[in-house]
Design a protein around this ligand. Structure first.
Ligand code: HEC
Ligand SMILES: [Cu+2]
Length: 369
């Protein structure tokens, strides 16, 4: 019995160890891809070595003492009892104080360094909802070229240019719906975290925290909410897509333009249903916006360029928008058929759509490139 228990423990330890060797770890703090993550990693490693030394000395000491001074069968008397050792006690009070004082210098200076907000940084507001992320590009040169020239707004995937310093303003905007007083409901604390680019920063209702960062190389960096925020906290994911200058310019030009008018019949039907032009449907526009149409809801992901290649995932990045470059119609159909069946608690109701209506809506949504 004892033997089996040891075996199980040993196997568990081995599993943990092997899991740590994974090569495909997209959220690895130890593999930074930008100066902010690099600075944070440097500090982490700097503190890690003294911490490891302290761990070895303290735990090693405990082990050594308990082995050397353990009770032995043939001993029938207590060993000599000693009380205290002033020199030792003063020593192990002063030593940690010195270690902490030394570590404080690089820690505080790193905190100050990372809190700097350069005036020329690109401004993007991150909006935390239950349970998805929205991104608002608030710089004047990022306004769309139609309607009231509002900011470019996207969801799920934060697209950025490489090498540019980005200043994120983190806001918590609740569950989407608003009370009659205009106050967002379900405002809770989230945390924005993409380990390869930056560490965690809390997203607090009524406050604006900042993350200043940049990405060195083009690529996709995954992130997720890191503060328990309700039922689907675990599926409140996002991706950061860093583009080189040419791709970035193309992306911006596309996002600035209104949604394309569908030219095939099914997509056109979907659009009518979405907007409710024939007296059927029309619920979607209570919450969603599609640039260049009457849909201007702000409680849910902006769908203007839902099918842009960069919008790789939807509904908190829990579903892929494309599979091998083709529309992932199956997942989108399941979503429209009953959002709560595939993401329990999602703040999008089931509208009892027919299969034909769902097909039309899917065709419309995938026409929004
Ligand atoms: C009551 C508000 C509301 C209405 C009405 C609504 N939705 Fe949604 N929708 C949401 C919310 C909230 C999400 C994000 C949910 C999540 O990820 O947890 C969402 C997500 C989506 C997404 C994924 C978007 C993305 O980029 O992540 C699509 C597509 C979508 N809705 C389509 C529709 C269609 C089509 C209709 C009309 C039949 C509709 N919605 C009606 C609230 C609504
Ligand atoms: Cu969250």
């Amino acid at each position: 019995m004892r033997r089996t228990r040891w075996w199980i423990l040993a196997l568990l330890a081995l599993t943990l160890l092997l899991v740590a060797c994974s090569k495909t770890a997209p959220q690895n703090t130890m593999n930074p891809h930008g100066p902010t993550a690099q600075t944070e990693k440097n500090l982490l490693v700097l503190v890690l070595w003294p911490a490891a030394a302290v761990f070895l000395v303290v735990e090693g000491g405990i082990l050594l003492i308990s082995i050397r001074l353990r009770h032995r069968k043939d001993r029938d008397r207590m060993p000599p009892q000693i009380h205290g050792n002033t020199r030792l006690e003063i020593g192990w009070t002063i030593a940690p104080a010195i270690v902490l004082a030394v570590i404080m210098v690089p820690t505080v200076s790193t905190i100050w360094q990372l809190a700097r907000q350069p005036a020329d940084a690109m401004q993007i507001t991150v909006e935390g909802y239950q349970w998805w992320w929205g991104f608002r590009y608030t710089d004047p040169d990022m306004a769309v070229n139609y309607g009231d020239h509002d900011a470019i707004v996207t969801a799920d995937v934060l697209v950025i240019p490489t090498g540019r310093t980005i200043d994120l303003s983190l806001t918590s905007l609740g569950g989407g719906a608003h009370s009659t007083a205009g106050v967002p409901d379900h405002q809770v604390i989230h945390s924005f975290w993409a380990p390869q680019l930056f560490g965690k920063q809390d997203v607090i209702p009524g406050e604006t925290n900042h993350i200043v960062f940049s990405a060195d190389d083009p690529g996709i960096y995954s992130g997720q909410c890191a503060e328990f925020c309700g039922l689907q906290h675990g599926k409140m994911k996002f991706r950061i897509r860093a583009l080189d200058e040419a791709d970035w310019q193309r992306w911006v030009a596309n996002e600035k333009s209104p949604s394309v008018q569908p030219n095939d019949g099914l997509a056109q039907q979907g659009m009518d249903l979405f907007l409710g032009v024939n007296g059927v449907g029309g619920q979607c526009i209570q919450c969603h916006a599609v640039g260049g149409t009457d849909a201007a809801g702000t409680a849910a992901p902006n769908l203007t360029h839902f099918a842009a290649a960069t919008h790789e995932c939807f509904a908190g990045c829990d579903f892929e928008s494309f599979l091998n470059g083709n529309p992932n119609a199956a997942d989108l159909k399941a979503w429209l058929a009953d959002p709560n069946a595939v993401k329990l608690g999602a703040k999008m109701p089931d509208y009892g759509l027919t299969e034909q209506q769902i097909d039309a809506l899917v065709a419309y949504l995938y026409s929004l490139t």
